[in-house]
Design a protein around this ligand. Structure first.
Ligand code: GTP
Ligand code: MG
Length: 407
């Protein structure tokens, strides 16, 4: 089933059992990597038509078992949702916690139809028109109006005084890049409570920055953890060891404090990110950094052609939203990498453009464009930030980390 990502129906955010085993300590990844070649070879022989990374799916659980578990979870969640509905206490919930099932009159079928049409949150319904809901679900206009009104009434618009926000800003922490001018460009480093996106061509150092942030975060906040969602199989524990040595922290300690999970398709990637919330709330792991490298590669590969663009953007939107929520609620620094594509119609300036369009652009708090510079250096250009002026900085990727360069 995992191989048929494109043929699969909508993402079901309930496969929690299957990812329970997802986050490995980087240390065990290092140990595993010795055996990896052997295992990889055997797995590829067995699964020639399905080149998924089986090292991620724990050997304890086979695909069939996972499928059975998913079916179980779906059934469970449906009954749970029904129970929720009868005991619904929407007034006690904040709008962020409301689900479709909290809306009076919405059962499993209606919820499914609404979600299919893109109305997968009460906020979406609050801003919809009755006509749109009628078209999406076939419900009567009166019911649609009632639903919209309910959602609007239960939406706290969330106005806050500026001083409250200023107070909250004091909890923002910064993660250094190891390069002073780079940190200055960002106002002291990458912020917690925000999403920072780096986009650039291959080799522009997006992945290296992800690794550097992990060790820098652990140096500054040794009680915290980093979570690395690796979609391109480019996480290297060996690199973490080098970088940890480079800034004088124990490599073993660093590896133990980085939780790594490989995402083998976009649904899995989304699920892993949602799972981070559970790591924080249920497993009480103090996560301060979430790296998603690469944010868009799976989406780009799975949704090919103009016809799939709307679905892709909808999913990306949802994904960005869950990252934004994690950043906000748990004061986590979210770092995502993004690729670029050529803009054939651009004759002046840089003919490259980030993947993911406005959805990714708007959801990212800070956006940096990375490119290769003179003499092997890399250049980071801040192109979007809520409080810092745009600017550029050059640096070099070395064995020990990022180094400042001046020409
Ligand atoms: P894609 O993922 O392919 O889009 O590229 P990227 O932007 O993630 O590039 P990445 O961060 O993987 O590599 C950037 C550059 O860092 C490389 O071109 C190398 O010059 C350098 N680099 C990568 N790995 C190492 C390393 O282990 N040691 C040193 N000294 N440099 C490295
Ligand atoms: Mg990379």
């Amino acid at each position: 089933m995992f191989s048929e990502s494109s043929a699969r129906p909508e993402f079901e955010p309930i496969n929690s059992e299957a990812v329970e085993i997802a986050f490995d300590n980087a240390e065990s990844t290092a140990k595993k990597s010795k055996k990896a070649k052997l295992i990889d070879k055997k797995t590829t022989e067995k699964l020639t038509e399905r080149p998924v990374d089986m090292t991620f799916v724990d050997a304890k659980i086979s695909d069939a078992k996972i499928e059975a578990k998913i079916a179980e979870k779906i059934a469970e969640s449906k009954t749970e949702s029904k129970v929720d509905k009868t005991e619904a206490k929407p007034a006690a919930k904040s709008v962020a916690d409301l689900t479709l099932y909290d809306i009076p009159g919405v059962g499993a079928t209606t919820a499914e139809k609404l979600a299919e049409a893109g109305f997968d949150t009460p906020i979406g319904i609050a801003v919809a028109t009755p006509g749109e809901l009628v078209e999406a679900t076939g419900m009567s206009e009166v019911v649609a109006r009632k639903m919209i009104n309910f959602c609007r009434q239960n939406m706290s618009m969330g106005f806050e005084n500026g001083d409250t926000i200023l107070e909250r800003r004091k909890t923002v922490q910064k993660i250094s890049t190891g390069v002073k001018p780079f940190d200055d460009l960002l106002g002291g480093g990458m912020e917690t409570g925000a999403i920072t996106e780096c986009f650039g061509e291959f080799g522009s150092s997006k992945t290296q920055i992800g690794h550097v942030l992990c060790v820098q975060m652990l140096k500054a906040y040794p009680d915290s953890y980093a979570v690395y969602v690796d979609t391109e199989k480019t996480f290297r524990p060996e690199r973490i060891i080098e970088l940890a040595r480079g800034i004088g922290i124990d490599p073993e300690f660093a590896l133990q404090h980085i939780k790594v999970a490989k995402a083998y398709n976009s649904d899995h990637q989304m699920l892993l990110v949602e799972k981070v919330e559970e790591l924080i709330t249920k497993q009480k792991i103090p996560v301060k950094l979430l790296v998603v490298d690469s944010l868009t590669a799976h989406f780009r590969a799975e949704f090919v052609g103009r016809g799939t663009l709307a679905t892709r953007q909808q999913k990306l939107n949802k994904h960005m939203h869950s990252m934004s929520k994690i950043a906000d609620l748990y004061n986590v620094c979210v770092y995502v990498t993004n690729q670029v594509m050529a803009k054939p119609d651009q004759f002046f300036g840089d003919p490259t453009q980030a993947i993911g369009g406005h959805i990714v652009a708007h959801a990212s708090t800070f956006r940096l464009y990375l490119r290769k510079g003179k003499k092997g250096c890399r250049v980071a250009k801040l192109i979007d930030s809520p409080n810092m002026p745009d600017g550029e900085v050059a640096y070099m990727v070395t064995t020990e980390g990022l180094m400042e360069v001046s020409f």
